[in-house]
Ligand binder design. Structure first.
Ligand code: PXL
Length: 278
């Protein structure tokens, strides 16, 4: 079994980051190690969240793994707690990469044109440096705009302009970029990917559903990491991640007793497990 690591916060309530990535990756048949970056009583859409920054655990935990000779086939970073932590992870990713791990960075810092609460421009600068260490970066449109220092309202509307935006983004890591939520066509959602090494563009298009529960970006990133680590090609990995996210959103819409704050991924698992058999 491949062994992978996922580095992100644990939000005790709210179904995002580690509480969705771990079950998804385990269900995909990967031995999944976790490195929690911050503990939050709930995700940041709740008011008055209690937070405990876990930066101080990162070096002792990773030192112990090194002493035990533990290595990873891939490592992913998602929501990180603080500036210092982003720098710390950049150094660790460099080490893991030398040990042949494929590095995925979802530069989680905002959505809907705005940064999440607690993040400012310094955080964006640190995130650019972390992206440099990644083989694959997976920004949403807001994160892409911040990473390129451009205005969210100036994002492209034409296909040719998206192509050049992808190329610009791929210069951050000189690798692969997976850009989520591109709205090129009415009623559709598009993921565009570009690989700097092959100069190939991948475009995956699906139906745009009317709700966007939190946690779906984290699920998307987890499925991409899992699938690519298992040797599935980029295009199929993105297609699988989009299909599973759609299934999760459908289950969320069907669930009349569902909670406002999270995605119903639990009832979508049979779909993912069935897909992984093929
Ligand atoms: O889903 C991204 C995410 C992860 N972790 C925390 C969040 C969010 C988005 O709001 O608040 C704590």
């Amino acid at each position: 079994m491949k062994r992978i690591l996922t580095v992100q916060d644990i939000s005790c309530i709210g179904k995002c980051s580690l509480t969705v990535a771990l079950p998804v990756l385990s269900a995909m048949g990967l031995e999944t190690a976790v490195l929690p970056t911050m503990l939050l009583s709930a995700h940041t859409a709740f008011p008055g969240v209690f937070k405990r920054d876990l930066t101080e655990i990162i070096l002792p935990v990773t030192k112990h793994w090194r002493e035990q000779g533990i290595q990873f086939d891939s490592v992913s970073c998602g929501y990180l707690g603080s500036l210092g932590q982003v720098d710390l992870l950049a150094g660790l990713c460099r080490e893991w990469k030398k040990e042949k791990a494929v590095i995925f960075v979802d530069p989680v810092m905002g959505d809907g044109g705005k940064l999440y609460s607690g993040f400012g421009m310094e955080y964006v600068g640190a995130m650019k440096k972390l992206c440099m260490e990644a083989d694959v970066i997976l920004p949403n449109l807001t994160e892409a705009a911040f990473l390129l220092d451009m205005d969210y309202s100036a994002l492209p509307t034409k296909w040719e302009d998206w192509e050049s935006l992808l190329v610009q983004l791929s210069k951050l890591n000189n690798g692969t970029v997976v850009l989520k939520g591109v709205g090129l066509r009415e009623g559709r959602t598009i993921v565009l990917a570009y690989c700097a090494k092959t100069e190939k563009i991948v475009c995956c298009e699906r139906e745009l559903l009317p709700i966007k529960p939190s946690g779906t970006g984290d699920i998307f990133a987890a499925v991409c990491q899992g699938a690519i680590t298992k040797g599935i090609c980029l295009e199929e990995a993105i297609g699988l991640a989009m299909d599973f996210v759609l299934e999760c959103i459908c289950k969320t819409m069907e669930d009349k007793e569902g909670r406002w704050y999270g995605v119903n991924y639990e009832e979508a698992f049979p779909f993912l497990i069935e897909k992984m058999k093929r």
